[in-house]
Write a protein that binds this ligand. Structure first.
Ligand code: E4P
Length: 215
């Protein structure tokens, strides 16, 4: 399983990129709005930090406008992936854009039927939202398992991006279930990095060293 970072904050992207474990970025309208910056400006900046798939989401809701917006997003950089919500209009846009060679990420996936239809419409990626399903007492991980099984049985090449990841256990379970990618917030990466025994181990090494070599 590969890692994308789920943020529009360029400082977080820069920090994660320096550690070398991310190979892509996902944004959404809420994440862009949180930064309060111009969409193209933020996206341009991200393309200079990460050399991998970068999802930028359309704001339009009707197919013709999504297609036009998608073409503009795709023009920003060859690594751009057009993120499109899972609706009838969205599927039409995915179908047109994918035939034009534009990479797409169908977002707000909450069922395996949605994932299957998005894949058949030509989506490069589907983004099932784990955490938001868990929030309504529905097993988000089961959705990842179902989509992974269906795509495997039918040899579907669309990649699964496990999204709406809330904690490290989501990441572990997604990896075991066969998600191709997990898009992870910076805070969760920090939780994955830290371990109390690592911290205690460093403290002990430093204390032992300093007790002999430092006056
Ligand atoms: C994924 O592409 C979305 O941007 C994101 O994972 C949504 O996460 P949330 O449910 O924590 O907002």
């Amino acid at each position: 399983m590969r890692f994308f970072i789920d943020t529009a904050n360029v400082e977080e992207i820069r920090k994660a990129a320096k550690m070398g474990f991310i190979c892509g970025v996902t944004t959404n309208p809420s994440l862009i709005a949180k930064e309060g910056r111009d969409f193209s400006e933020v996206i341009q900046e991200i393309t200079q930090i990460v050399d991998g798939p970068i999802s930028g989401e359309v704001i339009s809701l009707d197919a013709a406008a999504m297609i036009e917006e998608g073409r503009q997003i795709a023009k920003i950089h060859p690594n751009m992936v057009v993120k499109i919500p899972m609706t009838e209009e969205g599927l039409e846009a995915v179908s047109v854009l994918s035939r034009e060679g534009v990479k797409t990420n169908v977002t707000l996936i909450f069922s395996s039927t949605q994932a299957l239809l998005a894949a058949r419409a030509g989506a490069t990626y589907v983004s099932p939202f784990l955490g938001r399903l868990d929030d309504i007492s529905t097993d988000g991980l089961q959705l990842i398992a179902d989509i992974a099984e269906i795509f495997s049985v039918h040899e579907i090449e669309t990649q699964i991006i496990a999204a709406s990841i809330r904690h490290p256990m989501h990441v572990i379970e997604c990896a075991k279930l066969g998600a191709h990618i997990a898009t992870v917030p910076y805070k969760v990466f920090q939780q994955m990095i830290q371990h109390p025994l690592t911290t205690a181990g460093i403290d002990k090494f430093m204390a032992d060293w300093n007790s002999v070599y430092t006056k």
